[in-house]
Design a protein around this ligand. Structure first.
Ligand SMILES: [Zn+2]
Ligand SMILES: [Zn+2]
Ligand SMILES: [Zn+2]
Length: 117
């Protein structure tokens, strides 16, 4: 599986265990070789934006508006809860993490793991 776009992955130094992305979400990169898939377009877990056919959604309010978000309280695009889509408080985030765990433990691919969970 050549999902890794990192062309110079051979000589890259060890990555830290926790990396923080733009949204401020902490990620555990190791020891998992599989990473959770998050769509930066529709703000859902389970696929990448390159494969997304959904409308672009706001990370803050989950809406499809254009321009700056005016909503003070975040609203999750996935479960409509009062948190950001990548928040550990989101059941969809928990589900995705569990799915990656299953993949690691059972040595199965993403599709198989998704059917099981
Ligand atoms: Zn998407
Ligand atoms: Zn918004
Ligand atoms: Zn949510």
């Amino acid at each position: 599986m050549a999902l890794n776009n990192n062309s110079n992955s051979k000589n890259t130094p060890l990555q830290p265990l926790i990396q923080i992305n733009q949204a401020g979400t902490k990620y555990r990169l190791e020891p998992y070789k599989n990473k959770p898939r998050f769509c930066t377009n529709c703000k859902h877990w389970g696929h990448y934006s390159s494969k997304c056919k959904n409308k672009t959604r706001c990370n803050n309010c989950g809406g499809t508006h254009k321009g700056k978000c005016l909503r003070a309280q975040p609203k999750c695009a996935q479960c409509l809860g009062p948190h950001l889509p990548k928040s550990p408080a989101c059941q969809a985030t928990v589900r995705e993490i569990n799915l990656i765990n299953e993949m690691e433990i059972q040595q199965i691919d993403y599709k198989t793991a998704r059917k099981k969970t």
